[in-house]
Design a protein around this ligand. Structure first.
Ligand SMILES: C[S@@+](CC[C@H](N)C(=O)[O-])C[C@H]1O[C@@H](n2cnc3c(N)ncnc32)[C@H](O)[C@@H]1O
Length: 363
């Protein structure tokens, strides 16, 4: 596997705490079959990485969990600001962001995500169950119920289209393009070979709008460019030269493969047993995530060979999941000890067997 020019050669950002800036072991990158782990500050890597189809963010929680994690969730917007700006700059409408945090931490960061063009899709609750609270909860002293959850929040990017000096969302743009042709709205049904679904779903102004699947979009485009007023052509074009193709259209929306029987509540015990990385009897990383949950999110939002970003690697669970699922991945971890362990983990990882993929679908 080859790295893009410059992927290995950036400096650690001055934004990091002094302790982290000193750590520069060599080599700083480890690659296996399309997965690359970097012992670097991710801020210096974003520009070199190929655009992501999936971003898995499991960074600061405002709990002082690792060097640089703010002491309270109030510090989170500031901590994430530069990262979110970079994700926005380098993402496309194909990209899904999975943002892990506590409920309160997410609430603090959500406005910033929205301001940077991330559209909320769904909040998934990781319910670790009573086992997570057992032994820690003296009800005589508590002022709130024991917390046994984290959230993993799904965001996508809105596709945006230029119409002169205006920027339109997909719904508005499709309707405006059709209106420009001078063809009655109802003719969109003839274009798509349906009774009334095309007008109702693809040309509506209300919340019942549906993204036209690529085949339907192609039919609308062909019809509009054949029957529409000649002086307005091309219709449904971005470059003003040719209409958007079916293939281009299919890349204007985040991928989503809905698994059967999975809801937004993920009942999964806290990590234990063989999967939990330990040195002697001590846990190595407090925040190591279950591989199964990482695999679930990656499988839902990408296809074989797609690019996954894991900006805050820790033990690089998303990189391991990507390897197992045949995706490519870029992971960054700034603490050398975690990076070294993640390297070991990736070196030993096994690809997922096809029957195991089916089991995941029935998660
Ligand atoms: C919450 S942990 C991730 C745990 C991971 N999901 C796992 O399963 O092991 C966040 C990690 O991000 C790392 N980190 C924080 N800021 C970073 C940065 N700017 N660049 C690279 N790594 C960073 C921290 O050292 C920490 O290990």
């Amino acid at each position: 596997m080859s790295l893009k020019k410059g992927e290995q050669s950036r400096l650690v950002s001055p934004a990091l705490p002094h302790k982290l800036k000193e750590a520069q072991p060599s080599p700083v990158v480890f690659s296996r079959d399309g997965i690359s782990l970097f012992n670097r500050n991710v801020m210096n890597l974003y520009d070199e990485w190929e655009e992501p189809v999936v971003i898995i963010s499991d960074g600061a929680y405002g709990l002082k969990g690792f060097p640089g994690d703010p002491p309270t969730p109030d510090g989170l917007p500031n901590w994430y600001k530069a990262h979110i700006a970079k994700w926005s700059e380098r993402s496309t409408p194909l990209t899904t962001l999975w943002f892990w945090n506590t409920e309160y931490g997410w609430a603090k960061v959500h406005p910033l995500l929205e301001d940077n063009g991330w559209m909320f899709k769904s909040c998934h609750i990781w319910d670790k169950g009573m086992a997570h609270a057992a032994g820690n909860s003296n009800t005589q002293n508590l002022s709130r119920l024991p917390i046994v959850t984290e959230v993993c929040v799904q965001y996508i990017r809105k596709a945006e289209f230029k119409a002169g000096s205006r920027t339109l969302g997909m719904k508005e743009w499709i309707r405006e393009e059709w209106e420009r042709t001078g063809i009655p709205l109802s003719k969109s049904n003839e274009a798509c070979g349906v009774n009334n679904a095309a007008t109702r779903k693809y040309l509506t102004k209300d919340h019942l709008f549906y993204y036209p699947p690529p085949d339907a979009f192609e039919r609308l485009v062909t019809y509009a460019n054949r029957q529409g007023e000649p002086e307005g052509r091309p219709y449904f074009s971005i470059d003003g030269v040719r209409p958007i193709s079916k293939e281009q259209w299919s890349r204007m929306r985040a991928k989503f493969h809905c698994p059967v029987g999975v809801t937004n509540v993920w009942r999964e015990p806290p990590l234990h047993g063989k999967e939990r990385f330990k040195l002697g009897s001590s846990v190595v990383h407090l925040n190591q995530k279950p591989l199964r949950l990482m695999e679930l999110t990656i499988q839902i939002s990408s296809d074989l060979g797609d690019m996954v970003w894991e900006p805050f690697g820790g033990l690089c669970t998303a990189a391991i999941a990507s390897y197992r699922l045949g995706r490519r991945c870029r992971s960054a971890e700034v603490v050398p000890r975690f990076y070294e362990l993640a390297k070991e983990r990736l070196a030993k990882a096994q690809p997922m067997r096809p029957h195991a993929k089916k089991t995941l679908e029935a998660f």
